[in-house]
Structures are given as C-alpha cells and as structure tokens.
Design a protein around this ligand. Structure first.
Ligand code: ASP
Length: 443
C-alpha cells in the first residue's frame, strides 16, 4: 500500500459541503491516509477567513477589548459545519480555553493557529481518523525558523506505521513550547513536511484551481494548465510572481524526491499539475512551461570605458549596492556597461547615497537609474532542445509593438527574462503566450 499526503486549503474546507467533498476524495483512494487541513477560508468574495478573524482577536485582546463578537462568529462557523455534517462536537470547553489564553496574552501566533487546530479536530471526528497536534511534531528554532532536523526526526517517528491521521497545518511550537506559525499560507509547508516524514509517494495539494496556469489568468484569458513542471521551473516562475504554493513548501519534498500534485477539490477528476524533480518525459507539449512577471523594477546603469579590463569593477558596484542593504535581482552586462536590476521600492530614500557611493568606489563615466521596468520570465526546460525559442519570443514582442529594454538568459537555458516598460507588461505577456501556446503566426 502506498502513502499519499493530502493537504486541503481553506477554500476546500470552508463549509460542510466542502468537507463532504474532502471526505469523498480521501475515501476514494486508500493511499490517501495522511491529511493536513487549513482553517476554513472564504465561502464567497465578501466572507472573512477564520485565520483573519483570529488575528483580529489577538489584536483586540492586546488593546483590552472584548473578544465576544469575533469569537462568537468563529464558533458559529465551526458549529454550523459540525451540525450540517451531523458530527457531535462540544465546542464550549475548547473555545473557553482559547478565549482564556488569548485574553492572557498568548499572542497572535497562538490565536491564528487555532483555526487549523479546530478544523483538524473537526475533520478528524468527521472522518473517524486520529488527530495529531502539530505543536508536538513541528518545531521552530530560536530564530523563528523551522527546525527541520528535529521536525523530521520527531514527525517521522510519530507517523511511522500509522494511517488515517489528521495533522493541522500552519503551526508548530518553539523551544519554550509556545505555539509558532509559518507565514501566511504555511499549511502548504506542513503538508510538505508530513510528506517528507512518511516518505510519501506523492504530496497532493488540494485547492480551488485545477493546477498551475501557464500564465496569470488576470492577464491571459483561460490560460492552459501546466500538466508537468520541474521543481526548478516552478521556483523560477514563483520567484517571478506566479503564486501556486508557499515558496518554502517546495524544499522538503524536492530534497526527498517526492512529486507534488496540485489538484482541484471542486473538480477532482482533473489530473492537475505534477511537480517533479525531473520531468518524466522530456516531450513537453510546448517549448515553454510558463510565463510570469512583475512590474516596478529599476535598472542601475553604470558605464565606464574599458571597464571590462578593470579588475574588481563588478565587485565594487555590488559592494555599493550591498552597503545600502539592497538585494539585487539580475545583472545583465555589456563590455563597458554594467546593469544591476533591483526592486524600485528598495531604492526609496537611498538613490542619492547609492549613486554617490558607486562614483566613489568605481569612478565610472556615468551612473543612471531608470525605473518603471517590468520583468517577464519565460520559463521552460524544453528550451534547451528547441532552436528558435528566443527568435519566436522577440518576434512576438516586436509584432506586439513592445520595446525590449533588457534581456537576460541564464546559462541553464531554463528561462529568458526580458525587461519592458511597466505600461507594456500585460501586452507583452499576452504576446508571448500567443506565440508559444496559441502558436500565432509571426512571420
Ligand atoms: N490559514 C492560514 C492562512 O490563512 C494558513 C494556510 O491557510 O495555509 O494563511
């Protein structure tokens, strides 16, 4: 018998109807024997996530205000779900304890974690499965970061030879035993840690979309779903703005060689997206896997004649950037020019000092900063074998009337990054998508 770890996001557990779908999904495959739930999410656009209401409770408590209204609403949500599912659950003592702790100043991590804790207990009761409190098996170190080694050791021991377990997402405990949480969306990380601990065959991440899209659906209408993608490709796309999984959820499963499968709770027959260490078949449907991008970058352009023969020039430019506490994104360079691309925000209040310091350290001919740049990454492992990918991309942009201000292709040939004017961003993404996926004729 295999092991699949299934993590369900907040929208998958937002009400009783969603709980039923989750149970059907779990019971339809005996291998799905470990489940990691989030807290109930929004049921509609105007709804509020339980986690947000719990953060609000912590805030109210810290200013000495009453929690009655908020806790009352939260409790009503859980009670409604339990009632509709005909699950006997006495919420009174649990809510009394939660109220007492929050009022005594347990803090926002404790308050926020109760969403997953309560949902985990309710789901375990509904399924008739065992509940394992994440605070006993997921650990944070003194610096607030995950203690991966301790977590792996304790979690794998606790889950050894076990089946049908519910482990709530998002939280664990620190060295003092206090509850800590990951950053928002962190149940994805819990799911990945559980998958690694039990050496799962697959980590299923159930959400409300049928996988990762090839482009942002707010820009491209009905983009295709990516059927298979490598962890490296996904990292490139996520870094450039595609939001799929919590960024830190990729590492535990990636190092353990466990594939992740993004699935849709509302459409369980869809295969979703498979994220693998290496794509199984090298025959990708398109030479590109996906397109992602961000607006609001700035280019720091440093020019100096004969810069190429000056030892340490690049290091000194980067030293000036580092001294201002700015992290850089890309560094496309020419013979006598060096460009450093940074987030526009990172330059706020630092521009003059940075320029002065580059002058001091490098004696360049000129330093100019241009803002309003959008970066678009076209990512695809298929590029390595395909000729003419860049030609196709640049033709598409030319045809769409987009001026390219910067080009950067890593030697891994996994992506081509172009910088365009903020104003051209959406047009450029659509043009690239049309060229590769719709296969619009370009010449
Ligand atoms: N409930 C938490 C949040 O809203 C964690 C999660 O859903 O993954 O961020």
């Amino acid at each position: 018998m295999g092991i699949k770890v299934a993590k369900f996001g907040g929208s998958s557990l937002a009400d009783a109807a969603q709980f039923r779908k989750v149970r059907d999904i779990l019971l339809s495959d005996n291998d799905r024997c470990m489940v990691v739930p989030s807290a109930p999410g929004k049921r509609n656009f105007t709804d509020v996530k339980i986690t947000d209401m719990l953060y609000a409770c912590a805030k109210l408590a810290s200013s000495g205000q009453s929690l009655d209204e908020h806790l009352g609403k939260i409790r009503a949500r859980y009670e409604e779900i339990a009632q509709e599912l005909e699950v006997e659950f006495d919420f009174a003592p649990v809510f009394d304890e939660i109220r007492k702790n929050i009022e005594l100043g347990a803090g926002e991590a404790y308050a926020a974690s109760r969403g997953e804790y309560l949902n985990g207990m309710l789901l375990a009761k509904y399924l008739g499965w065992a509940f394992l409190d994440a605070k006993d098996v997921i650990f944070f170190a003194g610096d607030g970061r995950l203690d991966a080694d301790k977590t792996q050791a304790v979690l794998s021991k606790a889950l050894r030879d076990q089946r049908n377990m519910v482990i709530p997402g998002f939280y664990g405990s620190d060295a003092t035993g206090s509850v800590r949480t990951f950053s928002r969306g962190g149940s994805d990380i819990t799911g990945a840690l559980v998958a690694r601990a039990v050496n799962a065959d697959v980590y299923e991440n159930w959400t409300d979309v049928s996988g990762c899209m090839m482009a942002d659906p707010r820009i491209v209408r009905n983009p295709e779903v990516i059927r298979s993608i490598t962890y490296r490709e996904l990292r490139e796309l996520s870094y450039m703005g595609a939001s799929v999984l919590h960024e830190d959820a990729l590492f535990p499963v990636r190092i353990a060689g466990i594939p992740t499968n993004i699935r849709n709770t509302n459409n369980p027959d869809e295969p979703g997206t498979f994220i693998c260490y290496e794509a199984e078949d090298d025959e990708t449907r398109y030479p590109i896997t996906g397109i992602a991008g961000h607006k609001d970058f700035a280019i720091i352009n440093v020019e100096k004649t004969m810069m190429n023969s000056e030892l340490g020039f690049g290091r000194r430019v980067l030293q000036a950037v580092e001294e201002q506490g700015i992290s850089f994104e890309h560094m496309p360079s020419g013979i006598d020019t060096m460009c450093v691309v940074v987030h526009e925000d990172a330059l706020i209040g630092k521009k003059e000092k940075l320029v002065a310091r580059i002058h001091e350290l490098c004696q360049p001919d000129s330093v100019e900063i241009h803002s309003g740049l959008a970066l678009i990454a076209t990512v695809g492992r298929g590029m390595v074998r395909s000729k003419g990918v860049s030609a196709c991309l640049f033709n598409a942009l030319a045809k769409a009337g987009v001026n390219i201000r910067l080009i950067d292709q890593g030697s891994s040939e996994l992506n081509i990054i172009v910088g365009v004017d903020n104003l051209d961003f959406e047009n450029a993404v659509r043009a690239i998508y049309r060229a590769f996926v719709v296969k619009e004729k370009l010449w």
